[in-house]
Design a protein around this ligand. Structure first.
Ligand code: BGC
Length: 605
């Protein structure tokens, strides 16, 4: 396996594993039920590691698994130091991490850093009086007038960020649901308590955290209460602890904002390793509906360079609504009109649907969007179930529409659980189009032409093209607005990325994809650093439902030969004129640019 060299970065390159990682976001509750009680659990997830290894993912991101009254999918934590009893025990978590590491899969988890459940003992104590030892662990005020500039995130269900508490006779601050009071990070005891949580889980072997709702940690008069300098200072404090005591573990920021604001969470390379690129996601959906590259290229042009050793995390769908917070009013109206034709599809400030139904089940579109996800700058995050193009259930409340049980087989409950149907945490899909009879892992594993096999093959290809991890990106000039073409280029290292640390002292086993990586293509350019080679990959995408011509300005690569990546098929060399290609409806192709200009016939099989 090859690894790219993080350009100019210092430190141990093995710690940059996350720049070459495909993440898999998984809802423990919804993945697999090992003890037949109707709820997915850690032992169930562990039992499915073979499948995840086969698929070719590199890192699991576990949605919250702490004890919780589950009024917000577990983002309402009532004990940071335990595992929810429905999901198992701390021992199950450790066994999962160790087994994953043995397979070369890392594991990160959500850290719900901004707030707790109102049933957390810290809040129960804090609300009990104004003088108790935890009285200042949350944000209290005598009236609800302070910080009017701070927006209400769930504005469709909450009227204010303040809620009156009858016992303490004061208002408490919350950026999300009123049952999720915000912690008071101005209190040094709170800041220290959360660092203790961080250490606790890292000591058990987790490879890092997604920092949930990180922009909101502090409040200051006259501000929106987002992205404050104090918040960045606290993130730096967590990072410092990781660098000092847990090198190679990562922080991923969930900061839903404009690229320039979000990029601040990289700091100067001293805050988060990764940040989600939220605004890119809705623009991908706009681009394929408008059949125009502009929405994507425009947001990429607004995306700042990021410090060495950092990476964007990019995604198509996740456990939340397809958020439309970071778009203009006009774009939002357009996306609602196109993708939420039934008002029940709307959730908060977005659309509560999964990938496949959003695309009207069009497999070509799903492939196109995944081809983009796997080639645009950033580490891709796959949402569980999207690898089989699972559907959603818009009749379920809040964001449960996209959190139904994983569909493993056509058996009872979709093979998710052997519990009685009535006991399941949510009903599995049973409709004729997306129900488990029609869409399931077993059937798709048996069918080499399935989307599951297609995606797995793409992950194999991506692994063979390390430049897609951190290479530069140049968007190509093309007169046809439906064509989005770019070149990813840079130097790649012919060495393995660091093995996953094994918490059980077992040797880490490299992931076996079952498929040979593609033979590397020589670019013929002298590497700037010994042991490295240059790699350049041309990625071309047709956003239109009709076949389209593409005339690409490939002047900097004149004389080189594009070699199609999936079939290693050599194409005519790049000449002085714009390079002509034809793409089928929603077509895409990746080409490695090679210096070899042997006659075409000589390279054909
Ligand atoms: C999570 C949501 C959750 C919210 C409050 C978000 O950013 O992704 O699922 O409701 O934080 O914790």
């Amino acid at each position: 396996m090859s690894a790219t060299v993080p350009s100019g970065s210092s430190g141990d390159p093995s710690h940059h594993w996350f720049q070459h990682t495909v993440f898999y976001e998984v809802l423990v509750r919804g993945f697999f039920d090992a003890n037949d009680d109707g709820t997915g659990d850690l032992a169930g997830l562990r039992a499915k590691l073979d499948y995840l290894q086969w698929l070719g993912i590199d890192c699991l991101w576990l949605l919250p698994f702490n004890p919780s009254p589950m009024r917000d999918g577990g983002y309402d934590v009532s004990d940071f130091f335990q595992v929810h009893p429905d999901y198992g025990t701390i021992g199950d978590l450790v066994a999962l991490v160790e087994d994953a590491h043995r397979r070369g899969i890392r594991v990160i988890a959500d850290l719900v850093i901004n707030h707790t459940s109102d049933q957390h003992p810290w809040f129960v104590e804090s609300r009990s009086s104004r003088t108790n030892p935890k009285a200042d662990w949350y944000v209290w005020n005598d009236d609800d007038k302070r910080w009017p500039e701070a927006r209400v995130v769930f504005a469709d269900v909450e009227r204010s960020n303040w809620t009156f508490d009858d016992t303490r006779k004061q208002y408490y601050w919350h950026r999300f649901y009123s049952h999720q009071p915000d912690l008071n990070y101005d209190n040094p005891e709170v800041a220290e308590a959360m660092l203790e949580v961080v250490r606790f889980w890292l000591d058990l072997g987790l490879d890092g955290f997604r920092l949930d709702a990180v922009p909101y940690l502090f409040q200051r008069d006259g501000t929106s209460g987002e992205h404050l300098p104090e918040t960045h200072a606290y993130v730096r404090r967590i990072r410092k602890q990781l660098d000092a005591e847990y090198p190679g573990r990562i922080l991923l920021a969930e900061a839903n904002g404009w690229p320039a604001d979000v990029a601040d969470y990289f700091g100067t390379g001293d805050e988060c390793h990764l940040c989600f690129h939220f605004p890119l996601m809705p623009r991908l959906f706009t681009a394929v509906r408008r059949e125009q590259r502009y929405p994507v290229t425009e947001i990429l042009s607004q995306t700042p360079e990021i410090p060495d050793g950092c990476q964007w995390a990019i995604f198509l769908r996740n456990h939340d609504e397809l958020t439309l917070e970071q778009v203009t009013d006009e774009e939002r109206d357009y996306l609602f009109a196109e993708y939420a034709k039934d008002p029940r599809m709307k959730r908060h400030m977005g659309i509560g649907r999964r990938l496949a139904p959003l695309l009207d089940g069009d497999r070509r579109l799903a492939e196109l969007l995944y081809a983009l996800l796997l080639s645009l700058p950033g580490s891709p995050v796959v949402y569980y179930g999207d690898e089989i193009l699972m559907g959603d259930n818009i009749y379920l409340g809040d964001r449960d529409s996209v959190r139904t049980p994983m569909q493993w087989s056509p058996d009872r409950n979709g093979g998710f659980s052997r519990a009685d149907f009535a006991r399941l945490y949510l009903p599995p899909l049973m409709d004729p189009v997306y129900g488990y009879g029609a869409v399931n892992v077993e059937a798709q594993m048996r069918n080499p032409g399935s989307f599951l096999h297609w995606l797995r093959g793409m992950l194999v290809q991506r692994r063979s093209l390390p430049v897609l991890g951190v290479g530069r990106m140049e968007v190509l000039d093309c007169p046809n607005p439906s064509i989005l073409a770019f070149v990813r280029s840079g130097e790649v290292l012919e060495a393995s990325i660091a093995a996953v640390p094994s918490t059980g002292q077992e040797p880490a086993v490299p992931v076996s994809t079952g498929q040979e990586p593609a033979v590397p293509v020589s670019t013929g350019q002298e590497p700037a650093v010994p042991g490295h080679r240059s790699q350049a990959v041309l990625c071309v995408h047709n956003l239109s439902r009709f076949a389209q011509p593409a005339l690409l300005d490939l002047a900097p690569w004149e004389g080189m030969r594009p070699v199609e990546v999936l079939g290693r098929v050599p194409f005519p060399a790049v000449g002085a004129e714009p390079y002509p290609l034809a793409l089928g409806p929603y077509g895409y192709s990746w080409f490695e640019l090679s210096a070899s200009v042997e006659p075409l016939g000589a390279q054909e099989p």
